[in-house]
Design a binder for this molecule. Structure first.
Ligand code: NAG
Length: 402
C-alpha cells in the first residue's frame, strides 16, 4: 500500500475533518487514497488486535498445481466493493501451492557465490512483463555489486479469472498466455516465484507470508532482503552502503516508516477498513510496502510472528503487526521515498527525472518501465550525472520547492 493517509498525531479535530473531506473528494477523483506527510516519530506500542495462534506451513517445494487447477475461480470483481465477509471467512486459508519455484536461487549450484548478501524480491503481476524486464536490466541485475552478491526473484500470483485454462474471461483476442510466459521467464532468468492464489491487491498479504516462508526455506542464510514493488527505482549502491554498516544477525527493518496511521473508515476508499476488522484507532508503525529492507535475522523471526497474526488485507500494515508481535519498531530511513514523490500535479516530470536527486536516494516509487531504464542509464552512464552541488540525503519530509 503506497499512498495512505498519514496524519499528524497532534492534528486538531477541525483539521482532521477538513482534511478528511478533501481527501474523500481527492480519492473519489482518482480512486486512490492520497497521502499527507507525517513527521518521523517512533510508533507507540498499541495493543495488538486479538490473535489466535495459527499454524503456517512452508509451501512445498515444487508442489504440483492440480489442487488449484481443479478449483473454479470466482468471477472477477475488480471494481466492486471489497467483500469483508468473504475475506473473513476465507482468511484461515493461508497456504497455497507454489507453482513455479527457484529452489537453487540462493545455493549458487554450479555457479559462483552461494549465500547472497542481498536478495531482491519484487512484487509483480503476470501481465507486467515490461517492468520485470526493466528491473532485470537495471537495479535488479544479479551478480556482484560493490563486492556484494545480489540475487533477484519476482513474486507473482495467478491473474484473477484465469486460474483454469479454458475459462479465460478476457476473450481469445486479448489472451495473454500468462502461464506460458511465466514458465518461459522462469527458464530464461530463474527468477519467477508463482503461487496459486489470485493476484489481487487484497491478497498482497498472502504474497507477503508466502515469500517469508519461501525465503526462510530456500534462502535461509541470506544476509539482507530488499522487498518492494516493480514500479520503484532502487539505488542498490546506496542501499549496500547503508547495509555495510549493519549486522545481518541483528534485527533490522528499515524503510519509509508510517506511524500512527489511522484506519480509513470511509467506505468509498480503496483502503476502507471497518471497525469490525480493525477496531483500534491507529495501526502499529509499519514500513511502506513500496520498498523496505530487512535483515536475515528479522526475516526468519517474522515467519513465526506472522503465522500468529490474523491475515489483514493491507500487506504493509500486516507486516507492521508482525513486527509489533516481535516488539520491533521499523527504522525510518530518509532516503526511502515510497510516498508522494511522483504526484504528477505536484512534480513537473523533468524535476522527477533529475538524476542528481535520485543519486542521493535509496528507493523512489511510481516509475514506468521506461523511467526505470532511463534513470539507470543516467545514473550509471560513463560519467555519471554531472551534479553541481552534491547534497547529502535530506532528512525529513520531502518538499518539491525546497
Ligand atoms: C485471494 O486468493 C484466493 C485464492 O485464489 C481467492 O479465493 C480470494 O478471493 C482472493 N482474495 C482476495 C481478497 O482477492
Amino acid at each position: 500500500m503506497r499512498r495512505r493517509l498519514r496524519l499528524r498525531r497532534d492534528a486538531s479535530l477541525t483539521l482532521l475533518l477538513g482534511t478528511a473531506l478533501g481527501l474523500l473528494l481527492y480519492a473519489q477523483r482518482d480512486g486512490e487514497a492520497p497521502t499527507t506527510s507525517a513527521p518521523q516519530a517512533r510508533g507507540r506500542a498499541a495493543p495488538r488486535p486479538t490473535l489466535g495462534p495459527r499454524t503456517f506451513q512452508v509451501p512445498e517445494a515444487g508442489a504440483a498445481p492440480p489442487a488449484y487447477e481443479g478449483d473454479t475461480p470466482p468471477p472477477p470483481t475488480p471494481t466492486g466493493p471489497f467483500d469483508f465477509g468473504s475475506y473473513l471467512r476465507a482468511k484461515d486459508q493461508r497456504r497455497f501451492p507454489l507453482l513455479i519455484n527457484q529452489p537453487h536461487k540462493c545455493r549458487g549450484d554450479g555457479g559462483p557465490g552461494g549465500r547472497p548478501d542481498l536478495l531482491i524480491a519484487v512484487k509483480s503481476v503476470a501481465a507486467d512483463f515490461e517492468r520485470r524486464q526493466a528491473v532485470r536490466q537495471t537495479w535488479g541485475a544479479e551478480g556482484r555489486v560493490q563486492g556484494a552478491l545480489v540475487r533477484r526473484v519476482f513474486l507473482v500470483g495467478v491473474p484473477r479469472g484465469e486460474g483454469t485454462e479454458g475459462t479465460d474471461t478476457v476473450g481469445a483476442g486479448t489472451r495473454t498466455h500468462w502461464r506460458d510466459l511465466l514458465h518461459a521467464e522462469s527458464r530464461a532468468y530463474s527468477d519467477i516465484l508463482l503461487w496459486a492464489f489470485d493476484d489481487t491487491f487484497f491478497n498482497l498479504t498472502l504474497k507477503e507470508i508466502h515469500f517469508l516462508a519461501w525465503a526462510s526455506a530456500f534462502c535461509p542464510d541470506v544476509r539482507f532482503v530488499f522487498k518492494g514493488d516493480a514500479d520503484v527505482f532502487v539505488h542498490v549502491g546506496n542501499l549496500l552502503e547503508f547495509l555495510a554498516l549493519r549486522d545481518p544477525g541483528q534485527d533490522l527493518l528499515a524503510g519509509d516508516v508510517i506511524v500512527q496511521a489511522r484506519p480509513i473508515r470511509a467506505r468509498a476508499s480503496k483502503y476502507y477498513i471497518p471497525e469490525g476488522v480493525y477496531g483500534l484507532p491507529a495501526y502499529p508503525a509499519y514500513a511502506g510496502g513500496g520498498g523496505f529492507v530487512v535483515s536475515g535475522a528479522t526475516l526468519r523471526r517474522l515467519v513465526g510472528a506472522c503465522a500468529q497474526v490474523e491475515l489483514f488485507p493491507i500487506d504493509d500494515v500486516f507486516l507492521g503487526m508482525c513486527l509489533q508481535r516481535l516488539r520491533l519498531t521499523p527504522e525510518p530511513h530518509p532516503a526511502f521515498r515510497t510516498f508522494g514523490i511522483s504526484q504528477p500535479s505536484a512534480a513537473p516530470h523533468l524535476r522527477t527525472f533529475d538524476p542528481c536527486f535520485y543519486r542521493e536516494l535509496v528507493v523512489v516509487h511510481g516509475l514506468s518501465a521506461a523511467d526505470i531504464w532511463l534513470m539507470w542509464r543516467l545514473l550509471h552512464g560513463p560519467n555519471g550525472p554531472a551534479c553541481a552541488h552534491p547534497q547529502p540525503v535530506a532528512a525529513g519530509p520531502f518538499q518539491w520547492d525546497s
